[in-house]
Design a protein around this ligand. Structure first.
Ligand code: MN
Length: 253
């Protein structure tokens, strides 16, 4: 039997190759599969971006992307792995399962660490896959566009409501588009919480995430300083709509 770290390393190489291939093929860039190897089981690894650090300019600047990915995201993974190294009984499960069962973790400090850093890893992996260079941003699939029209009135009305949720999130957190009980909804969470965290965040926030926006200051402060609404407005230019549409299709609404 292979050592887990060797298997994980192979997964990492495979994921990196997939990301590099996707970057060359715009149509494939959005074909993000859920639960990629980076989220399979501990020890978790920092997934490569599917695009260059400067690929989202001018909407998100290169230095912000480098620090956000190489420092912030990496730190969540380091801390998550360190916590799971002390709890091998919890380590042998996919990250989304772990996040959906946090109330079953009896130790308060461990549960808090898994919530913050496990959430941090999941959210950032999801975030990078939610973005694409502006030329590859595309648009919602016909099915998603129809569902948005029904839920929000129009794509523009959805963007406005989502932007309000992202702007009003006090302090650090995320805005989300989710599927809840077969319907599209907008919600937001504090810190690194996410809609997978049953029993942790309010029940109204639960659902299958389709799109998430990081509104921590580390996501935008170098370029936008205090102007979060400007960051949100620019961010729409680099949403990976094919990926969001694929998630919607997978959610089987
Ligand atoms: Mn972040």
């Amino acid at each position: 039997m292979q050592h887990p770290s060797l298997i994980q390393r192979r997964h990492f190489i495979k994921l990196t190759a997939t990301a590099a291939t996707a970057a060359l093929l715009p149509k494939a860039a959005g074909a993000a599969t859920e639960r990629p190897a980076a989220l399979a089981t501990a020890p978790f690894v920092l997934p490569a971006l599917g695009y260059a650090f400067d690929a989202l300019e001018p909407h998100i600047d290169t230095l912000t992307m480098e620090i956000h990915h190489n420092k912030h995201h990496a730190a969540y993974i380091t801390n998550l792995n360190a916590a799971l190294a002390t709890a091998p009984d919890l380590a042998n499960q996919p990250l989304d399962n772990l996040l959906a069962s946090l109330p079953a973790v009896p130790d308060d400090a461990l549960r808090s660490t898994l919530r913050n850093h496990g959430g941090g890893h999941w959210n950032h992996d999801f975030f990078w896959k939610s973005l694409a260079p502006a030329a590859q941003s595309g648009k919602p699939s016909a099915a998603l566009a129809t569902a948005m029209d029904g839920a929000f009135g129009s794509l523009e009305a959805f963007k406005k409501s989502f932007g309000v949720a992202a702007t009003k999130r006090f302090g650090s957190g995320w805005a989300w588009l989710i599927v809840q009980d077969g319907k599209l909804k907008i919600t937001s969470t504090a810190n690194q919480d996410n809609p997978l965290m049953q029993g942790v965040v309010p029940a109204a926030d639960l659902g299958t995430p389709l799109l998430g926006l990081d509104v921590w200051e580390h996501a935008y402060y170098l370029h936008y300083q205090n102007r979060r609404p400007e960051y949100i407005a620019a961010w729409w230019n680099i949403v990976n709509w094919p990926a969001v549409s694929a998630r919607f299709a997978a959610a089987k609404v």
